[in-house]
Design a protein around this ligand. Sequence first.
Ligand SMILES: *[C@@H]1O[C@H](CO)[C@@H](O)[C@H](O)[C@H]1NC(C)=O
Length: 282
Amino acid sequence: MNKQLVILSLLLIASFTTAQGQQQQPPPKCAQNASPQQGNCICNPGYWGTNANQGGSCTQCASNTWSAPGTTNTGPSVTAVSACQACALGYYVTVQGSSSSSSPTCTPCGTNSSPAQPQVGSSVQKVSSCNSCMPGYYMTSVANAAVGSEAAAQCSACDASAGATPSAPPQAVGDLSSCNACQPGYFMTTAANVSSKAAAVCSKCPSNSMSQQQTQVGDVSACKCFDPFALPLGTSQKTCACKSSSETPMQAPGGATGCSAPSFGKIISISLGIIISLILYI
Ligand SMILES: *[C@@H]1O[C@H](CO)[C@@H](O)[C@H](O)[C@H]1NC(C)=O
């Protein structure tokens, strides 16, 4: 019975330290304009490359074309033409592309409008496919698809300096409450108000941190420091800092880690303490 207890506690401690080790594996070092994805590096949306790891490079798609991230925009046989087969937000397809020989021709929507998603350039579109608004804009008039009088939607800016942005369509015409999300890099302090038609109120993330688009009220913990070993942000930690004040956290996403990984010494000494007290107790 006593021996079983000791063995059980040793197993528990071993699994705990293994889990910690896995969690603290640093992300892979990626080329500029690439991001780690499941232990590998992939060029960012709108870029392409044959090697996105450190030493490789990711090149921006030309002429307002766009690429989806994944095996189609990153890999040994990827080319600018094969990867960049869509049009960036704010553009619609006016000449078809072919993945073996040509990228599509992408024409600006204008009026701050855009198709809701980047459009794959395998078919030609009308300007009325610009039926949504660019991130950071709300709709003032809808797109017109009537043959002969096709027009893009008309969009006005949400208060960009305040970080508000519309979340996914549908966007009600003339209603600022469709500025109901906060842009990446912001967190939400007050939700949009449908009855007063007011936009969401957003606050900027601290230096050296980033958030994804926020659709709900939260606090600074929605922002994550670039440095995986920095102290987590929260109501009692409002800036990105390392545990040791002599260290400087990572200054840009994918940059060099400035904070050292937490040592295992503490975990091991606590574990030893538990084992010794168990043995003494038994
Ligand atoms: C929304 O705006 C209305 C009208 O100004 C106001 O009475 C209401 O309290 C607001 N709602 C919230 C949740 O702030």
